[in-house]
Design a protein around this ligand. Structure first.
Ligand code: TH1
Length: 829
């Protein structure tokens, strides 16, 4: 048999070109073949979109090659694997990122130009994969890129939503949501694995069976759905390693027998089965707020169950019992969204694998690690007990059991302190009895990570104080980072080339700490000229985009001042707009001769509001109302412009960030767990105007407070101010601008009433009034710095030079070593 097999394998290899070649002739040949045989168009007539499709298939072939090699290498070496569980990934476009990571972008550009196509034009054909809401989801995508680049044996797991994050359409200044049916034009980047499917169970009852002289619980579900795998390949940069992001789609199950008595019954039964697909159909668009909905719970369990079946199957391929499980598997919970995995692992080990409870618990506690991303109480997930009990009856029992044992242990440690026991319990009693997913995650995880130094402090002293006192060794943090491959190399190629030229190497693309080398040239006149030129070209590109989107012509000599992020009260876009109104008001009241001293500004705001978040939607409308007034005021001209960039997503960010001079990060101190947008701006040489919150505090440590514009109350001052706030005097300037909105200076006064109320003295939870003067001072300092071109350019270079620590490579190495205990596994070239 062996000889026979070997002969077969040899024949196979003989039939296959070992590796695809990347010279222009081969690439052209590949592309044209894909036009003919994959896209099924004639090679004599195909348009840009068809060329794009053929191009992506040819790139995909090269990804598959490397991916196969990587999987073989992982299987041979059988290292400990990391499984990253996240309900959200914001991948954006894949084409440029893939060819850059594969190291064949220029070869493709050459090949295409000989065929009469422009790579950049074809790249514009791609849509944005938006299977997530904001920072948390983009973080997952950045971390996947770093895991691949650093050769870690990792798998990402998630859901393949048919509808991504809604498209934001602005009509008359109001946000409207349109479904994002992103798969409409096909998705060449995914590989459907029709044979990798698992059955996921729901509802039903738990029965007891006699088993080995004792009782055994058996879950008898009454609904089943199939999970089908779709693999997305994630290539590393400067390595052959290519890892898998496996997303699950729900399909009807064949296992449900149908018995029908007439045509109507039969039709209805089939239509009902089709409803299974709704489980993976839509992404919940709520960022940092949580509602206990059944569909959401179904999504969570569907994703967790399929992923764990896959993980356990892979483990069992090479292991006959679970002794080695913790040495081979690390399960990372990206926030509490996948935390049902804890109950599911327990169920599988106890009910299906027949391990004792204590052995199963011991294993579980060694494999789970948990990262929390917020401090906002409204974001903490609570699942109503009734809901869980009906959808997943066995899991509810298991969670009760975990809680019972935990509380017994706790009583031994702390005695009968019932207040503390009830605060720490996994079950929250109250009007709606519910499961606290964060408590469950902390109890079972061996490590709990925050996402910045400040966040970790707040976790220890406020949010999870009781748990910290019990298990101080569990609490850590890994400051977030972003991938420089996407956020500099792909999105800002001219800056990338400039950096490599001055550092004399491209090594910083894999080792961001090397960027400090730029400090040496921070005052070099030649670098200044080249730096300004690169920035100006990026601003011109952005100005064109702004004009195309909004019809507003802006001058590239003005300061481009940008705030891009989800709209949320704590992020204080309202503060930004009130500041703009103040600026406008000042210019209007200025003598003509003084206007010469005004630094011209283009204020750019972008971001989506959760569909049900009324105040956030009012902020968007206010932005448009103010823009309307200012942009059409002939008295103002180029001194001030305000534009709202609609439908903010990854692709838009890639265009806007490189063109920004100043970016704003205004969250009330103590509310932004980390923030990652600021890191992208920083790398691109944009100066920050920010509160000392989240990761900004660490940016200050790297580049120094004098290289940015800081303002506002500090974390420790916020609670004090909140107590005092009702008795504080509101700054006159603040009262004046709020009154302008209230009194209808920009129209729509009834609509803006509740927005204005939200910042009245006794109501101003996010302290816009208290921080206003300090905000204006920081703005004035930014103006002053901008006039001094040399100083500004120097600050800009130092921002990029100091951004090394904010690479997700650093974050991932830290996680790998200290939290997951995994090692690099590099596939040979
Ligand atoms: C964000 C945090 O708000 C942000 O500060 C942080 O940089 C980012 O995560 C990455 O760590 C969060 N996004 C979500 C999204 C949901 C629920 C909670 C959070 S926290 C759906």
């Amino acid at each position: 048999r062996l000889g026979e097999n070997r002969a077969k394998v040899e024949r196979m290899f003989g039939l296959m070109d070992r590796f695809l070649k990347n010279d222009p002739a081969t690439l052209q040949n590949d592309i044209v073949n894909h036009v003919e045989y994959t896209v099924a168009r004639s090679r004599f007539s195909f348009d840009d979109f068809e060329a794009y499709q053929a191009l992506t298939h040819s790139v995909r072939d090269r990804l598959i090659e490397r991916w196969h090699d990587t999987q073989i290498c992982f299987r041979r070496k059988d290292p400990k694997r990391l499984y990253f569980l996240s309900l959200e990934y914001l991948m954006g476009r894949s084409l440029s990122n893939s060819v850059i990571n594969l190291g064949i972008r220029d070869q493709y550009a050459d090949a295409l130009s000989q065929l009469g196509f422009d790579f950049e034009v074809l790249a514009e054909q791609e849509g944005d994969a938006a299977l997530g809401n904001g920072g948390l989801a983009r973080l997952s995508a950045c971390q996947m890129d770093s895991l691949a680049t650093l050769d870690y044996p990792a798998w990402g797991y998630g859901l393949r939503y048919q509808y991504g994050l809604f498209r934001q359409v602005i009509l008359d200044g109001y946000q409207h949501e349109q479904p994002d049916y992103w798969l409409n034009f096909g998705n060449p980047w995914e590989i459907e694995r029709i044979h990798v499917t698992y059955t996921v169970k729901f509802y039903g009852t738990v029965e007891e069976e006699n088993f080995k002289g004792g009782k055994h619980k058996v879950w008898v579900p009454n609904e089943t759905v199939e999970a089908v795998a779709y693999d997305n390949l994630i290539p590393g940069y400067g390595t052959r390693n290519t890892i898998t992001l496996r997303l699950w789609a729900a399909k009807p199950s064949d296992q449900n027998d149908m018995e029908s008595y007439n045509t109507g019954d039969y039709i209805n039964a089939v239509v009902n089965r089709q409803r299974a697909e709704t489980i993976s159909s839509i992404l919940y668009p709520d960022d940092r707020s949580h509602q206990g909905k059944e569909l959401r719970l179904k999504q969570q369990y569907f994703f967790v169950s399929a992923s764990l079946q896959d993980i356990i199957r892979r483990f069992k391929d090479t292991h006959s019992n679970f002794d080695d499980f913790p040495e081979k598997v690390a399960l990372q919970l990206n926030d509490t969204h996948p935390s049902l995995a804890i109950a599911e692992v327990m169920r599988v080990l106890v009910d299906e694998e027949n391990l004792s409870w204590s052995r199963a618990w011991d294993i579980s506690c060694k494999i789970f690690t948990f990262t929390t991303h917020t401090v906002l109480p409204e974001a903490s997930e609570k699942i109503p007990v009734d809901l869980l009990g009906s959808l997943l009856p066995r899991h509810l029992q298991i969670i009760y059991e975990i809680n019972f044992r935990f509380l017994e242990e706790l009583k031994k440690r702390i005695g009968l302190d019932y207040d503390r026991l009830s605060r720490m319990s996994i079950i929250e009693e109250g009007a709606v009895k519910s499961i606290r997913m964060a408590n469950l995650s902390i109890v079972c995880s061996h490590t709990v990570n925050g996402v910045s130094k400040m966040h970790a402090e707040l976790l220890k002293t406020r949010v999870f104080k009781d748990f910290y006192e019990l298990w101080p060794h569990k609490f850590h943090y890994k400051t977030n980072g972003v991938t420089q491959r996407r956020w500099v190399v792909v999105s800002n190629p001219s800056l990338c080339a400039l950096i490599s030229k001055w550092l004399g190497t491209e090594a910083w693309i894999r080792d961001m700490d090397l960027l400090v080398g730029l400090q040496e040239y921070a005052t070099n006149g030649d670098l200044h000229e080249e730096w300004k030129m690169v920035r100006k070209v990026n601003k011109m590109r952005l100005a064109e985009y702004i004009e195309a989107m909004s019809g507003v012509k802006v001058s590239v000599d003005a300061m481009f001042d940008v705030q891009l992020k989800r709209i949320h009260e704590y992020k204080r876009q309202f503060l930004n707009i009130l500041g703009i109104i103040h600026r406008y008001d000042c210019i209007k009241n200025m003598e003509k001769k003084d206007r010469r001293n005004v630094v011209p500004r283009v204020c750019i705001i972008g971001g989506k509001a959760a569909p049900g978040y009324e105040i956030a939607k009012k902020i968007i409308k206010l932005c448009h109302a103010v823009a309307e007034k200012i942009n059409n005021d002939p008295d103002i001209g180029d001194l001030l412009k305000l534009v709202f960039i609609p439908d903010y997503n990854i692709t838009v960010a890639e265009l806007v960030i490189p063109g920004a001079d100043l970016s704003q990060h205004l969250s009330t101190a103590g509310h932004e767990a980390s923030g990652t947008g600021c890191m992208k701006f920083l790398m691109n040489g944009c100066l920050l105007l920010a509160t000392a919150d989240g990761s900004t505090i660490e940016i200050i440590e790297e580049i120094g407070a004098d290289n940015m514009f800081l303002f506002g109350a500090k974390v420790s001052e916020v609670p004090v101010l909140r107590k005092k706030a009702p008795n504080l005097k509101v700054p006159l300037q603040f009262a004046r601008v709020v009154r302008m909105v209230r009194n209808g200076y920009f129209g729509f006064e009834d609509y803006f009433e509740s927005l204005c109320d939200s910042v009245e003295v006794d109501n101003d939870f996010y302290l816009l009034g208290a921080d206003f003067e300090s905000y204006l001072e920081a703005q004035a300092a930014a103006d002053k710095a901008f006039i001094d071109e040399e100083k500004w350019t120097q600050m800009s270079i130092l921002s990029t030079a100091g951004s090394g620590r904010f690479s997700s490579d650093r974050t991932i190495d830290d996680y790998a070593e200290k939290t997951w205990g995994i090692e690099r596994c590099r596939c040979p070239a």
